[in-house]
Design a protein around this ligand. Structure first.
Ligand SMILES: Nc1ncnc2c1ncn2[C@@H]1O[C@H](COP(=O)(O)OP(=O)(O)OP(=O)(O)O)[C@@H](O)[C@H]1O
Length: 251
């Protein structure tokens, strides 16, 4: 299978300091890949490279190859708004806009010029259903998004991404600020979403990686140590460092 996203020899420096030392990772369509590793190993940095969020951080240098379908993500002609629509990101802290739920979910569609109320209503329902939150919020579409629980806000943020039909969803520790029930709901949502989307998730929670991910990549000190099917990596890792990390010897 041709990967939807292929990265080779990814290096990133913050000023003089190289934080990623040449990462090769490919992602198959409609799969979930977890990035794991101790704090500071470069998981979030790598994730942010994939939709050029690191462009927003001053004095960063990125090199390597990033092929998304046939597109070079770092080509000078890349339209960043379009790229981040196709490769959307969900952050650790839910970050809804300070408007109603409906305005949040329709935000990207309106920016793209869609104003037909019936179309917008349909897309809101589709996105909220896909984010597994429709039944909970369908009577509160015009309530301010801040007034929902943290777990609901996170699923509203996922719905906001889904409204513009991305290909890839990047999630940076999406449940670490949430209670166990909300976290479980997000995990269930991700498992449903992988039928239609490609998902890459950074997580500190090894059980979460083992529950949701088809493949898991273990990173250490800016290097990719290994990537394999989640079951293989968790039961028979190829490297001692991976085994030590999984067994809690460091991290
Ligand atoms: N904006 C920044 N400026 C300078 N250095 C940074 C910046 N962001 C991250 N770093 C450094 O890059 C390295 C990788 O950080 P990164 O946040 O990607 O790791 P991580 O594995 O995601 O960590 P965590 O699990 O704690 O979120 C670390 O040494 C970190 O201090």
């Amino acid at each position: 299978m041709t990967p939807i996203l292929a990265t080779q020899n990814v290096r990133l420096s913050y000023g003089e300091k190289e934080a990623l030392h040449g990462i090769d990772l490919n992602f198959d369509e409609h799969s979930i890949t977890a990035l794991i590793g101790p704090s500071g190993c470069g998981k979030s940095t790598y994730l942010r490279c994939l939709n050029r969020m690191n462009d927003l951080i001053a004095d960063t240098t990125v090199t390597g190859s990033f092929q998304f379908h046939e597109q070079d993500i770092y080509a000078p002609t890349t339209n960043l708004v379009e790229l981040r629509k196709q490769i959307g990101m969900v952050f650790q802290q839910p970050n809804p806009f300070p408007f109603s739920l409906y305005e949040n979910v329709t935000y990207g569609l309106k920016l793209a010029g869609h104003n037909d109320k019936r179309f917008l209503d349909e897309q809101v329902e589709r996105a909220l259903r896909q984010a597994a939150i429709w039944e909970e919020v369908k009577d509160d579409l015009h309530k301010n998004a801040f007034l929902f629980s943290g777990g609901q806000q996170q699923r509203i943020c996922i719905a906001r991404l889904l409204a513009v039909q991305p290909d890839i969803i990047l999630l940076d520790e999406p449940t670490s600020a949430l209670d166990p029930i909300s976290s479980a709901q997000i995990e269930e949502t991700l498992l449903t979403l992988k039928n239609d989307y490609t998902i890459i998730i950074v997580t500190h929670n090894l059980q979460q990686a083992s529950r949701v991910a088809d493949r898991t990549a273990f990173m250490l000190n800016g290097d990719l140590v290994e990537v394999d099917s989640t079951s293989q990596l968790f039961t028979q890792p190829a490297h001692q460092q991976t085994s030590d990390y999984l067994n809690g010897k460091f991290g």
